[in-house]
Design a protein around this ligand. Structure first.
Ligand SMILES: NC(=O)c1ccc[n+]([C@@H]2O[C@H](COP(=O)([O-])OP(=O)(O)OC[C@H]3O[C@@H](n4cnc5c(N)ncnc54)[C@H](O)[C@@H]3O)[C@@H](O)[C@H]2O)c1
Length: 491
């Protein structure tokens, strides 16, 4: 059996076959489970590749969508047979009241619909735990007050003691090849991180999920999205000191006039509920390490740009592009340059590793092998709350009033770049009046070279003309001849 915590995430086909009875999954019909244009998420596609995993229910308030998802899966693809018995339900309680109880569920509803002790429709985690159904739930674990989520976490622990129910959380980046390698390298050398920087930017027009733009439903961009990088910092550097957290943000009232296709969702939400455009934060870890977090939701022309930068005694590690094609660059003491460390370049492998570990934890009844449990994800949630609470937007007057980008005509950056290039071409050296760009040359020295010089073989073609040799007696004769006339004139 492969050791999931050693080496690169194994191929999914290497995972152990699950015992019969531990194979049916339930999930919601939304983007995280069936794919979105915004990213690489599609839990159904990853899970169906595992031996002995099949699907018994899709449970979504959007019942039509749930049915459509099931039909699509039944009607095509290599794994259509795994969806044959799958049924649609409107609520999780409808499903629990039926005979179609799965062994495990992916809870991928928006965070405001879960992570609670009491909620309309019933607390999904407690209902599942009571039914003995294992859960893999999406991040963030909640948007409720931290005390309430802590109580929920304690209750889930009790259920685990009582009926063995296992809860994993979708902090997938803990399983990514770059993060995995960085953690092992630091442990191997025994290096303590000194400073860490997490940066996550998302494309303004790519994120079309309506709830995301409403901070009451998503928790805001730090709680909902930058949470991955806070979680990674905790994973690599330990716990944050709450009182050390400082943050600044630019609020949604900074109007973006130069982005195509603004997310419709943003403009349907009242200004006071909209998410911040950009946030920076800094904090200290209990270890003494210092950390910075940067998040923005105004990237243009790309879905994501994300990076984790770790500096430890004698080493600088940069993990880039973790979702799509991860890389890890490392520069260690006494090296001139960065070296790229060989890692698995398939960003999506982290999903296979996360689900494979979850399935293995169920099979072996061992939640300790999970890299993210509910209890641990609670700490990430709490840390993101500290940052979000500290990041009150800068008043508009402080950054500009009125903002120039609101009042100006919308520029085209492509045209602007073309104009800059054209201006540079027009000023190429051969077309430039050299006198205007070079320092004024020294005044030319009068030359003593005659227009034509007789050339004598064996002699240099030209020598500076020496003054004529005048002997003293010639000079005296010459001077007396001059004095006769000139002296007379002067007198
Ligand atoms: N781990 C990751 O990398 C990652 C990536 C993207 C999203 N997510 C998380 O996944 C979750 C869902 O995101 P999404 O983009 O799929 O959202 P989505 O809006 O596309 O899908 C959510 C689905 O849940 C359904 N739903 C809402 N309330 C429900 C309820 N009470 N009962 C049943 N169904 C309900 C909706 O009808 C919708 O189909 C979020 O918490 C998000 O943070 C995680």
């Amino acid at each position: 059996m492969p050791d999931l915590l050693q080496g690169e995430p194994p191929s999914v086909l290497e995972f152990p076959t699950l015992e019969k009875g531990s194979e049916d999954f339930n999930m919601q019909a939304g983007g995280i489970n069936f794919g979105t244009a915004a990213g690489c998420w599609n839990h159904a596609r990853h899970l169906e590749r595992f031996p002995n995993v099949s699907f018994s229910a899709v449970c979504d308030l959007n019942f039509d969508l749930a049915q459509q998802r099931i039909e699509n899966k039944k009607n095509g693809g290599e794994f259509s047979h795994k969806w044959e018995g799958c049924k649609a339900f409107r609520t999780h309680r409808d499903m629990l009241n039926s005979d179609d109880r799965p062994d495990a569920v992916i809870i991928g509803t928006p965070p405001a619909t879960r992570g609670a002790l009491q909620i309309p429709g019933g607390p999904v985690e407690l209902d599942m735990a009571e039914a003995g159904i294992h859960m893999f739930m999406e991040k963030p674990v909640s948007v409720r007050p931290v005390d309430e989520v802590a109580e929920l976490s304690a209750r889930l622990d009790d259920y685990h003691q009582k009926n063995g129910v296992i809860t994993g959380v979708g902090y997938m980046l803990r399983y990514s090849a770059g993060v995995d390698m960085a953690k092992k390298l630091l442990a191997k050398v025994g290096a303590q991180p000194i400073a860490v920087l997490g940066r996550m930017s998302i494309g303004y027009s790519f994120l079309q999920t309506p709830f995301w733009w409403d901070k009451e439903r998503s928790g805001g961009p730090i709680v909902e999205q930058a949470t991955h990088f806070v979680d990674l910092m905790r994973y690599l550097c330990g716990e944050l000191v709450p009182d050390s957290v400082q943050a600044k943000a630019i609020g949604p009232n900074m109007m973006l006039s130069d982005m195509p296709a603004a997310p419709l969702a943003e403009h349907t939400i009242p200004m006071e509920k909209r998410v911040n455009r950009a946030t920076t934060a800094q904090f200290v870890f209990e270890s003494g390490c210092i950390g910075s977090l940067f998040h923005s939701a105004c990237l243009e022309g790309a879905r994501f740009s994300a990076e984790l930068d770790i500096q430890a005694d004698g080493v600088h590690i940069v993990i880039g592009n973790p979702y799509h094609m991860p890389f890890l660059k490392m520069r260690s003491s006494r090296r001139e340059d960065y070296e790229e460390v060989e890692i698995n370049k398939q960003g999506e492998a982290m999903y296979d590793a996360a689900f494979g570990t979850f399935l293995q934890a169920i099979r072996e009844k061992d939640p300790k092998i999970l890299r993210s449990s509910f209890a641990d994800a609670l700490k990430t949630y709490e840390a993101t709350r500290w940052i979000a609470d500290a990041s009150q937007p800068t008043p508009q007057s402080a950054w500009n009033a009125p903002a120039p980008w609101v009042t100006r005509a919308q520029p085209s950056w492509t045209n602007a770049a073309a104009e800059v290039i054209q201006e540079a071409k027009e000023q190429q050296p051969e077309q430039v009046d050299i006198q205007t760009v070079l320092p004024t040359p020294a005044a030319p020295q009068p030359t003593t070279v005659p227009p034509t010089m007789p050339y004598t073989p064996g002699q240099p073609a030209w020598q500076p003309q020496a003054p004529p040799l005048i002997l003293p007696q010639q000079r005296a004769a010459s001077s007396s001849a001059h004095s006769t006339s000139e002296d007379t004139n002067e007198q």
